[in-house]
Ligand binder design. Structure first.
Ligand SMILES: Cc1ncc(C[n+]2csc(CCOP(=O)(O)OP(=O)(O)O)c2C)c(N)n1
Ligand SMILES: [Mg+2]
Length: 339
């Protein structure tokens, strides 16, 4: 169990116009409904392999992804369904990928952990903890050398901070002033290991300071705080200020993956964090401000549910890759023996 006290729920005025506020709310609800359905489909063995849900962490992905430009790159982890959706990948392509169908964004060859989309510049989910950091740093180096304006947002969990790749990527990005926005989603656990059991220094901003990199920490359950902080950080990076590190303090409500008995944390801790749930706390703030009615909330929810139903129908109607195509895209030319 984590020793860290659960902060008060996010509150206070929302400094956005109604259309933008509802867009943010709708995207959080879309992720929630899509993933609840994915969990159900996993139980039915329609989705197989590994599946890591983002439920509880939606404010982080939605707030951060909306702070990026269409031309920016995103590198993520295996917990990336939400980021892909907010970046504009059609829900049907995500669902079909999870099903393993050809209509999926990676032709069904990647599955849940390997969503990839050139059109929205999503350079992958990644199954290797810390694996995305060198990729993001390389993309940013390429952009800098080619004089592109874009930045690369690198999303990773706090578990990656213990990896050598984190330190190597942070060092080079800082040394070469590369346009990388390091987005650390600190949900307090790496599988069953609480952060204080794996890190000698749990103030992660200090890690960035070791590389002379500016850093900030933000409430990852508060979509307003996440968005505003990420906008500011992105502006610094884009302006040639070099990389920045942003820690989002968040929490996952579900198990690490579908195989996890959750013996490492008390139900009471999860329940306490649920009082900070990003969807209901943000909705309450909007209602208090007169920016949202219950009818509008129900309409947003119904629309998300309809999108999920459509995505599932798309995946169901999809095609399995023919067995004789399995060697396609494997480095050895088709027809030659693969050793
Ligand atoms: C290099 C490497 N080591 C170990 C694993 C096994 N593993 C998968 S997820 C995970 C925990 C990562 O936690 P964190 O980075 O905090 O991300 P979260 O799952 O909390 O989003 C581990 C250790 C792996 N996939 N890659
Ligand atoms: Mg974690």
């Amino acid at each position: 169990m984590s020793w860290q006290p659960v902060p008060d729920p996010p509150s206070g005025p929302v400094p956005w116009d109604k259309a933008f506020a509802l867009r943010m709310l709708a995207d959080m609800v879309r992720i929630r409904r899509m993933e609840e359905k994915a969990a159900e489909l996993y139980g039915e063995q329609k989705i197989r392999g590994l599946l890591h849900l983002y439920i509880g962490e939606e404010a982080t992905g939605v707030g951060a992804m909306h702070a990026l430009a269409a031309d920016d790159n995103v590198v993520a982890t295996y917990r990336e369904h939400g980021h892909a959706l907010v970046r504009g990948m059609p829900m049907g392509a995500i669902m079909a990928e999870m099903y393993g169908k050809q209509e999926g964004c990676s032709r069904g060859r990647g599955g849940s952990m390997h969503l990839f989309d050139r059109a929205t510049r999503l350079y992958g989910g990644n199954a290797i903890v810390g694996g995305g950091l060198p990729i993001a740093t390389g993309l940013a180096l390429a952009d800098k050398m080619q004089g592109r304006e874009a930045l690369t947002a690198c999303v990773f969990g706090e578990g990656a901070v213990a990896e050598g790749a984190f330190h190597e990527a942070m060092n080079l990005a800082a040394l070469w002033k590369l346009p990388v926005l390091f987005c650390c989603e600190n949900n307090l656990y790496a599988m069953g290991t609480a952060i204080e059991r794996s890190q000698s220094q749990i103030d992660l901003r200090v890690k960035a300071a070791a590389f002379g990199m500016p850093a900030l920490s933000v409430d990852g359950m508060d979509v307003v705080a996440v968005h505003e902080a990420t906008l500011g950080a992105a502006q610094t990076v884009r302006g040639g200020g070099g990389p920045m590190f942003v820690e989002y303090r968040t929490y996952r409500f579900r198990a690490h993956s579908m195989f996890d008995a959750e013996l490492y944390r008390d139900k009471q801790e999860v329940d306490e964090w649920k009082t900070r749930g990003p969807i209901h706390t943000f909705s309450a703030r909007l209602k208090a401000q007169g920016l949202l009615t219950e009818e509008e909330f129900l309409a947003i929810d119904a629309q998300a549910q309809a999108e999920v139903d459509e995505a599932v129908a798309f995946a169901e109607a999809g095609t399995w890759e023919p067995v004789d195509e399995l060697l396609r895209d494997v480095h050895t030319p088709a027809g030659e023996e693969v050793r």
